[in-house]
Design a protein around this ligand. Structure first.
Ligand code: ATP
Length: 597
């Protein structure tokens, strides 16, 4: 599979974009680069000092020279180490600032995406890009650029120093490098494929874990009993990962083996040439020169290998950058209009109108999810949506707070197209209590405060009393400070719904959308919820998606929907008289209720 994929290249636009990430830190980057160059120069000194120690100190048996130059070597080495530490620190700090900004930008950008994006993207994929892809480029941002600079500087300065010492030995040392570079490239290309394969396989395994070991995944596995099938699927993917890991480890051994061979073979050949020249009476070659030349050559070797691996490193990181940029570049399909209209909460009357509205989830397709919907809800009215599953009731309500934008016609609030209203004001104007109540893993208090961050304790209690949940919360050992959510205290479905109602009461929106829970609640819970809902809907324009028709008998307008269209609309009595879809649904429920009695 991997062999067939086009090779990823380093493209200039991406490189420029990556460089752009450092724009705000230009000053810090320059200071760091100067520190790197200073460190490189310091590192060059010890081989020269070694030459003096051997050729002058040892030859003339001068302990003074040996002691002095040994001390210089120690001091310079300590200084060089401190400078290395300093630029290492500088690069990590700059890198982390860039990473933090990238994570923030991506998070904020994704928050602004419409529901369409979240329903069509795997959660695992979003998490992988936000956390591990950005984590993956961290290495490049923090280390690779600095390493590249210091490696180039070390190699150039070492070659200059080696040439200064002896050009013939230098030519021999450099002449051998292409042979090993070629070998390095073969291993490097293979390493790139292994790395990509390992990464893709890890991501596959991550998604599999995400999908199966989350609360809903576990529930699915346990209730549908697919545990053994899933375990087998996991094993298959897991084995593929193990194979990639083995290849990766073998490659490391090969790489180190090669490195060892090269670092030992090149000096041996150099010693041979130096010996040959010495025996031929060449007086310019001394023992000191040979030792310090070797030291320089060894100093150059590691950075050279690093530079050879740089391309592989950059290419694989580029793939990660591209994945991050792909998300950053995704356009917002629900955008705030330029000069958006301010519609502060106090000024919203709550009239909602649909004018010939059409909508489709898949914009490429010819199938409309909603078609030709026209109606007007006057302020404070209760509008009920009924109809078989999949008729489009939920979708219709999503168009009011612009979770999606219409594809035909328009939706208005108090006569203003919702697309012209500021997104923040629209969010404040419309409240939703959905079938699935989402509680964040934190205290009940924090969960309630999401709706109104500045609410006082009295307000919280009042809202919870109205939602008939205060007594239950107060009976918990930690009361409002009880931690709920994925790993916290479990509230029952009915209790969660009442918390959601309390949240909506706190938010106090002039327009409210209620998606009635389909799951059957016991009569007591049901009664509590109905009482809470009655309080909540008072004085608000309310859209209720009703599955139990008993709850909407006195709605101001009932719209019966089928296949994305409103097929009947009117009050309960009128619709019963029509003897159409609504009457059929009503009689069906009536029969079921009678049979159960
Ligand atoms: P229910 O009573 O079962 O909740 P509903 O009347 O609220 O149903 P909707 O949820 O509005 O129906 O769905 C209307 C149609 O749109 C259905 O055919 C559904 O499959 C489809 N649909 C819903 N959400 C999406 C989505 N995110 N992407 C594509 N199609 C969708």
């Amino acid at each position: 599979m991997i062999e067939n994929e086009p090779a990823i290249s380093i493209n200039k636009t991406s490189l420029r974009r990556i460089a752009g990430l450092f724009n705000d830190y230009r000053g810090e980057v320059i200071i760091m680069f100067v520190t790197v160059l200073f460190g490189v120069l310091l590192g060059l000194a010890p081989p020269f000092l070694l030459k003096v120690i051997i050729d002058q100190g040892l030859q003339s048996k001068s302990l003074d020279i040996i002691s002095r130059y040994s001390l210089y070597t120690i001091l310079l080495t300590l200084l060089a180490a401190s400078v290395t530490l300093l630029y290492g620190y500088q690069s990590v700090v700059i890198g982390q600032k860039v990473m933090r900004e990238m994570r923030n930008n991506l998070f904020t950008h994704l928050q602004g995406m419409s529901l369409r994006f979240f329903t069509s993207t795997r959660t695992g994929d979003i998490q992988t890009r936000l956390i591990s892809d950005i984590g993956g480029v961290q290495n490049v941002v923090c280390n690779t650029f600095v390493d590249a600079l210091s490696n180039v500087a070390i190699v150039i300065s070492a070659i200059a120093a080696m040439l200064y010492m002896d050009w013939r030995l230098t030519l021999l040392a450099l002449g051998l490098i292409p042979v090993f570079a070629l070998l390095g490239k073969v291993v490097g290309d293979f390493a790139r494929d292994v790395r990509k394969g390992t990464q893709e396989q890890t991501s596959e395994l991550n998604s599999l874990m995400q999908e199966n070991l989350s609360v809903s995944g576990a529930l699915l596995g346990k209730t549908i009993g697919r545990a053994d099938v899933l375990a087998h699927k996991f094993d298959v993917e897991n084995e593929k990962l193990a194979v990639w890991m083995i290849k990766s480890s073998v490659l490391q051994y090969v790489f180190f083996g090669m490195f060892r061979i090269i670092t030992q073979i090149i000096p041996a050949i150099i010693y041979w040439l130096a010996g040959w020249l010495m025996f031929r009476g060449d007086r310019s070659i001394s023992v000191g020169l040979l030792v310090s030349f070797s030291a320089l050559q060894a100093r150059m070797f590691f950075p050279l290998t690093g530079l050879m691996g740089l391309q592989v490193e950059l290419i694989s990181s580029m793939a990660l950058f591209d994945r991050i940029f792909e998300y950053m570049d995704k356009p917002f399909d629900v955008q705030e209009a330029p000069n958006a209209l301010a519609l502060p909460r106090g000024q919203v009357k709550g009239e909602v109108a649909f004018e010939k509205v059409g909508f489709k989830y898949d914009q490429e397709s010819d199938d409309w999810t909603l078609e030709d919907i026209t109606f007007k809800a006057h302020p404070g009215q209760l509008i009920a949506l009924v109809g078989p599953s999949g008729a489009g009731k939920t979708t219709l309500t999503y168009l009011i707070p612009r979770l999606y934008d219409v594809d035909a016609g328009r939706v208005t609030i108090d006569g203003h197209d919702v697309r012209d209203i500021s997104l923040e004001d629209l969010k404040q104007a419309v409240g939703m209590v959905t079938q699935e109540t989402y509680l964040v893993h934190t205290t009940i208090r924090e969960n309630l405060l999401i709706a109104k961050p500045d609410a006082t304790d009295e307000e919280l209690i009042k809202a919870c009393e109205a939602a008939a949940i205060h007594a239950h919360i107060a009976s918990l050992p930690d009361g409002y400070d009880t931690v709920v959510g994925e790993r916290g205290y479990k509230l029952s479905g009915g209790e969660k719904q009442r918390v959601a109602i309390a949240r909506a009461i706190l938010k106090n929106p002039p327009i409210l959308i209620l998606d009635e829970a389909t799951s059957a609640l016991d009569t007591h819970s049901e009664r509590l919820i109905q009482a809470a809902l009655a309080k909540l809907t008072e004085g608000r324009t309310t859209f209720a998606i009703a599955h139990r028709l008993s709850t909407i008998l006195n709605a101001d307008l009932i719209m019966a929907m089928k296949d994305g269209r409103v097929v009947e609309s009117g009050r309960h009595d009128e619709l019963l008289k029509l003897d159409g879809l609504y009457a059929k649904l009503y009689h069906e429920q009536f029969e079921v209720a009678r049979a159960m009695r």
